[in-house]
Design a protein around this ligand. Structure first.
Ligand code: AMP
Ligand code: MG
Length: 328
């Protein structure tokens, strides 16, 4: 099967990173450091990126990784405690790690977009992680501008949606042309997943970000109503939202530019893995104008604005409704 080695390496790396994140989440109240753009980052974000970049470097030494984090801040002398923490969490997962090795693995994720590259969000939804809500470890392989493989580990996502207090931790995997699967992180057989059918009224729910600054809740609500979705939205952090659409737990995920940052351009690592998981589950992903997401330009989806993710059947109706609604 095409991409079999890439798939196995990506799954093992994402599961190891998810284990590290869960250890941080359960052992300590994760503390946030602040990045230059004021967004939060934790020892788990750094540890996850180190573990995954180490695995990709070992298996595919020529492949660049375009990851969200870099180690510049961690190299500052006043961050020595945090670096020691990251090193000990990485060590617990991979067996051997020194602070210098950890820094170089993290910086292995500063690659450039090219013909073939990986894109990584070591913790997507860091704000959700800090709130003990949803987050994801998201890893995708892109070739010739097309996402070929996506692995999405969602450690806090209920295995059975109707049992939110039951077992948590779901792994989504998709390979182009081979379908999308889901399985509990604890193990078991992956099983194929599919988006909802157009007439599946029960699942006519839509998902959106918890953070109002990452979307336009007012306009998203108006668009959902315009296409006949009456249930209130399911708010969820991270690309777990893509997982919800792919697994038929929701029919639509709307991410329209926030009025607070109308010129924001989405990052490739926030959408690569999720996109292929939904497409291979039978759904469709475009920007708010109906354009495919262009993963060949750089770290930002600079030619796209907003993101619309659907079960496919309702996609054109959603785009038409979007053209008619203006920002609320
Ligand atoms: P979510 O958990 O879906 O709300 O998305 C989390 C991601 O939102 C983070 O990984 C950030 O890269 C991204 N983000 C940060 N600022 C914005 C913004 N103004 N609009 C959309 N996404 C953003
Ligand atoms: Mg992210």
């Amino acid at each position: 099967m095409a991409y079999e080695q890439e798939k196995q390496v990506a799954i093992a790396a994402a599961l190891a990173a998810a284990k590290l994140c869960e250890q941080v989440r359960h052992e300590r109240v994760p503390e946030a450091m602040e990045k230059s753009d004021k967004s939060p980052v934790t020892v788990a974000d750094f540890g996850s990126q180190a573990v995954i970049c180490r695995a990709i470097a070992a298996a595919f030494p020529d492949d660049p990784v375009v990851g969200e984090e870099d180690a510049a801040d961690l190299r500052e002398p006043e961050k020595a405690d945090q670096l020691a923490q990251v090193t000990s969490y990485v060590q617990a997962v991979v067996g051997d790690a020194t602070p210098e090795a950890v820094l170089s693995w993290i910086d292995r994720g500063n690659g450039q977009v090219g013909q073939r590259y990986w894109t990584l969000d070591p913790i997507d939804g860091t704000k959700g992680f800090l709130r003990q809500d949803q987050y994801a470890v998201a890893l995708a392989l892109v070739e010739g501008g097309e996402v070929k493989l996506g692995v999405l580990a969602c450690p806090a996502l209920p295995v059975v949606p109707e049992q939110p207090e039951g077992e948590q931790g779901v792994l989504f995997v998709a390979v182009r042309g081979q379908g999308a699967t889901m399985m509990p992180i604890s193990g078991g057989e992956p099983h194929p997943i599919h988006v909802t059918k157009a007439d599946d009224v029960e699942n006519m729910r839509f998902v959106e970000s918890v953070e109002s600054g990452h979307g336009d809740h007012g306009r998203q609500d108006a668009v959902a109503k315009a296409v006949g979705i009456t249930a209130s939205s399911l708010r969820m952090d991270s690309q777990a939202k893509y997982g919800a659409v792919a697994a038929g737990r929701a029919a639509l995920y709307l991410r329209l530019p926030s009025p607070k940052s109308p010129d924001y351009r989405e990052k490739i690592w926030d959408h690569g893995a999720g996109t292929i998981v939904v497409e291979e589950a039978g759904g469709r992903v475009t920007d708010m104008h109906g354009k495919p997401l262009n993963f060949s330009i750089g770290a930002k989806l600079s030619e796209n604005q907003g993101v619309v993710v659907s079960n496919g059947a309702i996609h054109d109706t959603v785009l038409a409704a979007l053209r008619k609604t203006t920002t609320v």
